[in-house]
Design a protein around this ligand. Structure first.
Ligand SMILES: *Cc1c(COP(=O)(O)O)cnc(C)c1O
Length: 353
């Protein structure tokens, strides 16, 4: 037996690593990235700004300027606290680290896989509750799971990944008021959604939100945030590793996230493209298209595996969810640029012709 097999926790040996497929030369519609690069006109100024960074020094520990930039970008009221993470994934992990041995993380399914993975890494229990057939929250099943498992943390993605819908608001309100758990509403797709719980934080002491800049054009920066009451954030901040937001991310975000008009314009363009993509898919016989409030669309397709492979052979990468529980024959496509979406639709049509 090798050293590592002797050494490593057996539950970690038993899991398969989070798989990121190769995507060189591919039209990448698998990971909810923005198709829009930095505008050329900004690059010179951006580089000059970066050149000022003191890379011989540790980063600003609290990323104070960046906190302010994010508050302005996302209209976060001054009364709330903000905790920054190296991607919101890091904040999910930080919340798990705040739990005690034997605690349970509860989420709905299908949803973002990191909730379950991080529960496993941190040796917490994980309990999933299935959505109903319309991908809505099954409130009675969720409330009874809360009763049975007494979770410490409840993660709900709003809108949900990979289904794309935003759950019924009143169901979420009932969940928040029916539990002692901290309820984490993950608003990674806030820029594409009709509703948010940002205005509700003051009302519910056990509610916090997660957001990220990954889905609004800056996946490469690795920057996420938790928004909650000042008291909650001050305590959770003790678990944050010092300097977790590196200087290049702080400086880049401070410069790039000032471009609010550009960011809003890009988000609006994605909404237009999402509507176009959705109607084009609906016009193809045999496909079922689910409604989306995010920058991706989930759809069900006859022989989804074969369609996925055909797209991949033609250099278009989407996400194959067809072997995931309750997602039989489902595929998820990120809303790309007009050209990318047109190419994708052309291939799907060609496949079924
Ligand atoms: C993409 C995604 C994230 C990950 O965000 P990062 O900030 O890139 O770590 C978190 N939650 C949901 C629901 C997502 O879809």
């Amino acid at each position: 037996m090798s050293f590592i097999n002797n050494w490593l926790r057996s539950d970690i040996q038993a899991i398969s690593a989070y798989h990121v497929p190769a995507s060189d030369d591919m039209v990448k519609l698998d990971a909810m990235e923005s198709p829009f690069p930095l505008p050329d006109a900004l690059i010179g100024q951006y580089l000059a700004y970066l050149a000022e960074a003191n890379l011989n020094r540790y980063p600003n520990p609290g990323a104070d300027e960046l906190q302010q930039t994010l508050r302005e970008l996302m209209n976060i009221p001054a009364e709330f606290g903000v905790l920054l993470g190296n991607g919101s994934d890091e904040l999910i992990q930080l919340l798990a680290l705040a739990c005690e041995t034997g605690d349970t993380i509860l989420s709905i399914e299908p949803s973002f896989v990191m909730y379950g993975m991080i529960a496993k890494f941190t040796r917490l229990n994980y309990q999933g509750v299935n959505l109903n057939d319309d991908f809505e929250i099954d409130l009675s099943a969720t409330l009874s799971a809360i009763e049975t498992h007494n979770p410490k943390l409840i993660f709900i993605a709003y809108p949900n990944n990979p289904t794309g819908n935003a759950f019924d608001r009143s169901a979420i309100e009932v969940i928040i008021t029916s539990t002692n758990a901290m309820v984490v509403l993950d608003e990674a797709y806030y820029a594409y959604a009709e509703d948010s719980f940002l205005g509700d934080i003051a009302q519910y002491p056990n509610l916090v939100l997660l957001r990220t800049v990954s889905k609004i054009g800056f996946a490469g920066l690795r920057l996420g945030l938790l928004i909650g009451s000042k008291g909650t954030v001050a305590e959770l901040d003790k678990l944050r590793l010092p300097y977790n937001i590196n200087t290049l991310t702080q400086v880049s975000a401070n410069f790039l996230l000032q471009e609010k008009d550009e960011i809003d314009k890009n988000a609006k363009a994605i909404l237009v493209e999402r509507a176009n993509l959705s109607s084009a898919l609906k016009a193809i016989d045999g496909l079922i298209i689910y409604p989306s409030q995010a920058n991706f669309i989930l759809f069900k397709a006859p022989s989804a595996n074969a369609l996925f492979d055909y797209l991949k052979d033609n250099k278009v990468l989407i996400k194959n969810l067809s072997s995931a529980p309750n997602l039989d024959n489902c595929l998820r496509v990120t809303v790309g640029s007009a050209e990318e979406n047109t190419l994708f639709i052309k291939l799907v049509k060609a496949y079924y012709d």
